[in-house]
Design a protein around this ligand. Structure first.
Ligand SMILES: Nc1nc2c([nH]c(=O)n2[C@H]2C[C@H](O)[C@@H](COP(=O)(O)OP(=O)(O)OP(=O)(O)O)O2)c(=O)[nH]1
Length: 269
């Protein structure tokens, strides 16, 4: 049987964290609609790395950085034998554009089996699953808030889509939120934050402390532009953190703060 040599890129949010991976649905041919990893056939004279960088530019119009080889998938299709080198990769800037695929999604570990994979990819998915990190809850909540504010048209849609927020960690997402609000509502005057009496004052993790102050500014933008009632937000926060089952930590307090900002609605105060 003829062997077809293929390379595939398992693009993840970061080679270090691997909390989400990018998969695409085939846009043409026999396997149309089935999910796979971007890549393609190695051309004569090309190394696996050259072929992968070329395919990813052709299919997604982005550059990537190659990480380790995950495995070489060997699979017999009825008409050919597939030998596919699969590499961990990360984006080196920009957001993927779907130039050939009919769909593309960032999948977390929990989403891996929500799409119909090409048959050859099933064993690879199990391998990837064992190497992926658990999603950072705060990061998931920050993404949810960003998506909510875009859906409410409080922030422009473009904030959510480019460059891909899925590749950013929690702190980066919070900074992005604050920047986007500043750009959208440039005349909003912010009150100085009283850091010494702030709930985040005692956080030992400086990154989380900064994020809490930044979220406070985000809250001010939402309140001052009539999207959020300050007292209602505070009441929500206080009620949640005084519930008997609430266990206090920097993470849980920030989580409740993010939840309280979800109360923001377009055109309401
Ligand atoms: N890129 C990719 N191909 C896969 C995966 N799983 C899998 O079975 N395949 C198979 C489908 C195809 O038969 C073959 C890849 O060929 P391709 O059609 O993408 O190659 P190519 O981009 O060079 O394209 P073409 O011009 O020949 O259509 O490998 C996967 O995860 N990614």
């Amino acid at each position: 049987m003829k062997t077809v040599k293929v390379v595939a890129a398992v693009i993840c949010d970061s080679l270090r964290e691997k909390q989400s991976i990018f998969a695409t649905a085939r846009g043409y041919g026999k396997f149309k609609g089935q999910w796979e990893f971007p890549g393609g056939k190695v051309e004569p004279g090309e190394s696996a790395e050259q072929a992968l960088l070329r395919e990813i530019r052709e299919e997604l119009d982005v550059n990537i950085v190659l990480g380790d080889l995950i495995e070489t998938v060997e699979y017999d299709y009825p008409a050919f034998h597939l030998s596919m080198d699969c590499f961990w990769c990360e984006l080196s800037g920009g957001a993927p554009k779907l130039l050939e695929a009919e769909d593309g999604r960032w999948l977390t570990k929990a989403d891996l089996y929500t799409v119909p994979w090409l048959p050859a990819d099933i064993s690879l998915i199990r391998n990837i699953e064992s190497q992926m990190g658990e999603p950072d809850l705060l990061r998931t909540q920050a993404l949810r808030l960003l998506r909510h504010l875009c859906e409410e048209h409080i922030l422009p849609e473009t904030v959510f889509h480019a460059p891909v927020p899925e590749t950013q960690n929690f702190s980066a997402l919070v900074s992005r939120l604050r920047l986007a609000l500043g750009e959208r509502y440039p005349s909003t005057k912010l009150k100085r934050i009283m850091k010494s009496v702030h709930y985040a004052n005692g956080f030992t993790d400086a990154r989380l402390r900064e994020a809490a102050f930044t979220l406070d500014e985000a809250e001010q933008y939402l309140v001052r532009n009539g999207f959020l009632d300050h007292d209602r937000g505070v009441a929500y926060f206080n009620e949640r953190i005084t519930a008997p089952d609430f266990s206090v930590s920097a993470q849980s307090l920030l989580g409740v703060m993010l939840e309280s900002l979800l109360l923001a609605k377009a055109g309401k105060s």
